[in-house]
Design a protein around this ligand. Structure first.
Ligand code: SF4
Length: 449
């Protein structure tokens, strides 16, 4: 990984009302960088997270010429239907090849069945350019080899449709890893080119992406491409000249595969909040040798506007205590934003997995002693939530209702991946996602402390 120095002094973004250490006492290891250190802890046990199939919801919107065929059970079909909604006016771009009891008992040749379903689908839907075969818990349990199925179908289709496979199973994975799996599966298909380019990796809302590309181009970074692309057939090239900015923190496998293809991953915080977004953009500016005055001329006015947009939310959030349960892998960048730019106190920051290399720049910005918990033991975490009585808990949908019933305000973490929250311009909207549930809670419980 490139260890590019960033140009802004991170201290300049600190909210004046940011409280200090959360006073964590349980220590497994301490990660110290730039004078700050987080207490990194680990736990394992029962988990309460969505599986990787959920990411199909945003991936199918991003690449309208792709189809996601889940090879799974009726449960998988129900999950994906209810998460993505039923498309009434358009042909859906996802579906489930349901494994029956005969398949699961090994009484039928599931490989043959899968080939038949895929063939029928592609005959009926000639506009599909890329077919993702998405593995699930049931297909993994019966060891259905989707890589072999993809290979067979690719041979048969002779390039008319590209078939790739990845796993969206909930066994030891969490929902954002579905995107990592899908993008990692695309990397071997990227053409090779050593042209100097900036590659933005991770799904962004199209309008947000357009805005970021315009800003990079104003800085003089002419060639900016994206993975995933907006059409699945327009895959960006990759090679020695590729500099990667990860838009999302959960793309470890994709980053590793891009690096194996010669790309350089630029070290930076993630583009959440004004501070993180600026540092993220500055990492690219530094790699391109852009004059710092040019960068300031472009970004300073945006930063001023972001401060104005943040102000009303900061008034509500400053001094409030937040507990982030592990689900989306966005928790550490969000905690950094909520503490440094909104003045919130971090009780505990959970994360399903911690890739220290990709999270280094974020850990560096957390306040001293922040309790960062990798993994999940849901019962123990709920006990800690109840003991600490935070003002706001970020958690999965399954935990939100019980906590609300106990008088604790919650925020669904899944909403954060469906909302356009990236970039300096979006800092106010991001803060609002946290100030709104607090406001609602105060209206519902006017006498609560
Ligand atoms: S992949 Fe696994 S966790 Fe996800 S819906 Fe299917 S059975 Fe459930």
């Amino acid at each position: 990984m490139d260890c590019d120095r960033t140009r802004s002094d991170p201290k300049e973004f600190l909210c004046p009302e940011a409280p200090g250490s959360s006073g964590a006492t349980l220590k497994e290891s301490t990660f110290a960088l730039g004078g700050m250190s987080a207490n990194l802890l680990k736990e394992s046990g029962p988990r309460e997270v969505f599986c990787g199939l959920t990411s199909i919801v945003w991936l199918h919107r991003r690449m309208p010429d792709a189809f996601f065929l889940v090879v799974g059970s009726r449960t998988c079909a129900h999950l994906i239907q209810s998460a993505a909604g039923v498309m009434i006016f358009a042909e859906p771009r996802f579906g489930t090849a349901i494994l029956s009891e005969r398949d699961l008992a090994g009484l039928a040749d599931a490989q043959e069945e899968l080939d038949r379903v895929a063939r029928e689908l592609l005959q009926r839907r000639p506009e599909i350019r890329t077919l993702f075969l998405v593995g699930s818990c049931p297909s993994e349990v019966i060891k259905l080899d989707l890589a072999r199925a993809a290979e067979r179908l690719n041979e048969e289709l002779g390039g008319r449709v590209q078939v790739v496979n990845y796993s969206g199973s909930g066994i030891e994975t969490t929902f954002t890893q579905g995107e990592d799996g899908a993008l990692a599966a695309l990397v071997p298909m990227l053409p090779t080119s050593d042209e100097k380019q900036l590659l933005l990796v991770g799904t962004l809302a199209n309008a947000v992406e357009d805005r970021l590309i315009t800003l990079f181009q104003r800085m003089g970074i002419a060639t900016v491409r994206s993975l995933p692309p907006r059409q699945s057939t327009e895959l960006p090239p990759v090679g020695e000249g590729t500099r990667v900015l990860l838009c999302q923190p959960f793309l470890g496998d994709t980053a590793r595969r891009l690096r194996d293809r010669g790309a350089t991953i630029l070290a930076a915080p993630y583009p959440l909040g004004a501070e993180g977004s600026r540092l993220w953009m500055e990492a690219a500016a530094l790699a391109w040798g852009v004059d710092p005055t040019t960068v300031s001329d472009i970004l300073d006015p945006l930063m001023q506007r972001a401060q104005q947009a943040l102000e009303p939310h900061r008034r509500r959030l400053a001094g409030q205590r937040i507990f982030l349960l592990p689900e989306s892998q966005l928790e550490i960048p969000l905690a950094r934003f909520l503490h440094r730019e909104c003045g919130m106190e971090l009780v505990e920051v959970g994360t399903p997995y911690l890739n220290r290399e990709l999270m280094q720049a974020e850990l560096d910005l957390l306040p001293d002693g922040t309790r960062v918990m990798e993994g999940q033991h849901v019962e123990q975490q709920l006990d800690r939530v109840r003991d600490s009585r935070p003002d706001l808990v970020v958690c999965g949908m399954g935990l939100a209702n019980p906590l609300e019933a106990e008088g604790i305000a919650t925020k669904w973490s899944i909403e954060l991946v469906f909302s356009p929250i990236h970039g300096i311009d979006q800092a106010g909207e991001l803060a609002e996602l946290f100030s709104r549930p607090l406001q609602r809670h105060q209206l519902l419980h006017p006498t609560a402390p």
